[in-house]
Design a protein around this ligand. Structure first.
Ligand SMILES: NC(=O)c1ccc[n+]([C@@H]2O[C@H](COP(=O)([O-])OP(=O)(O)OC[C@H]3O[C@@H](n4cnc5c(N)ncnc54)[C@H](O)[C@@H]3O)[C@@H](O)[C@H]2O)c1
Length: 304
């Protein structure tokens, strides 16, 4: 029986993973540095992922055998305090690695990001094995994390798995300070008939993924036989790509009022070093990855 610890469980992804595990009768201990704003459907403990002893205690006490380590300071917020971002992203991950070795944790999930790519890749369409030259502290920490996965999996026979998520779109849970947050902000403003000021240029195209695809895809990947997984660092996966202007037009076509003003800031500089499209051939081949939601299917959730 799987017994799952989620760190960073109150974030955009964590809340949705909790829902999935509960629905499937899998034990979850959710942890975060803050308290939940509403009651959760699973056990919860406040735990700073930088406090290794505390997490180790929780793992032992709750007989945890699987960890979803979701703690991170995301791309946009990360640039405002890179020293702290590196500390949170890397030290917490290293704590999880140490705890996993000590407690013989069977499987660990640690998400990477499209922020690992950079201008040395063909950003029109990044391949699985593109050159990685990230230039945000977030991207650099994800790059380092991918290298740690390869190293520790081999050295200690761990089974840490990873996916390079594109921008995740969700409507029930709020985004946590990334470069693709504009999607949810624009939809939210315009659905209320308000204007929206967008922090990206109108034609800045980025890859996105609807939350259900992210959760179910990750679960499918985590349930795949290890021998079938040929990518040893982190899998590319892709949903669909859009620019702010394309989104604005779609919202207008669907009757959403409100205008968008474009006032690009430092987040547009980040976005310019990120891919527009992602080649996810390896994920399709190795573990049957397939996105169900395109832009229209994603927006249909909001329009219904
Ligand atoms: N959301 C996306 O678009 C996206 C895209 C690519 C990768 N990812 C990755 O997926 C993972 C989850 O992302 P998310 O969007 O849910 O992030 P989020 O910012 O919404 O949530 C992160 C959670 O971690 C918690 N946290 C922060 N510091 C902590 C600490 N020291 N100890 C314990 N908890 C702490 C926060 O309180 C928050 O609830 C991250 O690793 C992120 O890099 C997300």
């Amino acid at each position: 029986m799987e017994r799952v610890l989620i760190t960073g469980a109150l974030g955009q992804l964590g809340i949705e993973f909790i829902k999935y595990f509960k629905k499937n009768n899998i034990y979850v201990l959710a942890t975060d540095i803050k308290s939940p704003s509403k009651e959760l459907s699973c056990d919860f403990e406040i735990a700073d992922a930088l406090d290794k002893e505390h997490l180790d205690l929780l793992v032992k006490k709750n007989k945890i055998n699987t960890i979803y380590h979701l703690v991170a300071v995301l791309s946009a917020i990360g640039e405002t305090n890179p020293i702290n971002s590196w500390k949170v992203n890397m030290n917490s991950f290293h704590n999880i690695i140490e705890i996993s070795i000590e407690n013989k944790i069977k499987k660990i999930f640690w998400p990477s990001s499209i922020a690992v790519f950079g201008t040395k890749s063909n950003l029109e369409m990044v391949d699985q094995n593109s050159i990685l030259n990230p230039n945000t502290i977030y991207g650099i920490s994800k790059f380092a994390g991918e290298k740690l996965i390869e190293y520790y999996n081999k050295k200690f026979e761990l089974d840490i798995r990873s996916i390079r998520y594109p921008g995740i779109i969700s409507f029930d849970t709020k985004p946590g300070g990334g470069t693709t947050d504009y999607v949810m902000e624009m939809i939210d403003s315009m659905s209320k008939g308000n204007d929206y000021q967008c922090f990206l240029e109108k034609n800045t195209k980025l890859p996105m993924l609807y939350i259900d695809d992210a959760i179910l895809g990750t679960i499918r990947y985590m349930n795949t036989n290890k021998n079938d997984l040929n990518v040893k660092d982190s899998y590319n996966i892709s949903g669909f790509s859009i620019s702010p202007y394309e989104l604005e037009k779609k919202l207008n076509e669907n009757g959403f009022k409100g205008n968008v003003k474009y006032k690009p800031d430092y987040r547009n500089e980040i976005a310019k070093t990120w891919p527009k499209e992602i080649n996810d051939f390896d994920a399709k081949k190795d573990w049957g990855w397939k996105a169900k939601f395109g832009l229209d299917e994603t927006l249909a959730i909001k329009f219904k």
